[in-house]
Design a protein around this ligand. Sequence first.
Ligand SMILES: [Zn+2]
Length: 262
Amino acid sequence: MSTLVTKAFVMNSFPWKDRHRLLHLLTPEHGLITAMAPAAESLKSKLRAVSQLFSYSELTLSGQNGRYTVKDGAVIEAFTALSQDLDRLAAAAHAVEVFSDVARNDEPNRQVFELWAYTVYEISRSEDPVFIARMSSMRLMEIIGLSPDLDACISCREPIEGAYFFSYLAGGLLCEKDRAKGQRDAMTVLSKGTVALLLHIERAPFEKLYRFQASDKIRREASCLADRWVEEKMEKRYKRLSLLDSCLDFSFNTKESEKAGE
Ligand SMILES: [Zn+2]
């Protein structure tokens, strides 16, 4: 048995057998690990607070071969605001699912841990927590090398002027001249502001990542793109946000394409 002292975020927490809790913990060095918190359901348990979903703690774990038991812990930040507001809760639930999927499938990556730290903090205080959750998932895709190519036309590599045609299949932008190379049902038109925001989300240092201003229109476009992009890259449906809103108009918008000069 070895002892591990680590900072950790609780990404999932559920009852386990006799008043225990089973925790999925996101750690900086070991990625996503599973740990059992003995008797954490008990009101008197000192492990009760560190077993709360979304909480951030310093924990002492013992175990081996990836099977850990929580021995001791102290909460650093409980993020109680997340459970007091439905939008924040839905946003956090969506983001925690995408981050957990990435952390489960990839090698431990400190950047994933740090991005989650900035994201959970921002979701707990932002006026638009759902949008923060969506943008966090786009930066997460960049960390694992699955971000769209937004620098130039992916076909001719020329800078784009005029309308921005985004192709999900080709994984980036097409210029007016090359738009026919994309399949219509896997394309959408983006405004210049949306492309600029998405580039910021791909590249800004974490401490500036969520310091942006964006109109409702840009938020709508970027939200729909993020939802579809992340689902296609992760090959999974994420349903936590579907009760709040939906992007029915995923596909190519013919009216806008006419305006753009068809
Ligand atoms: Zn082109």
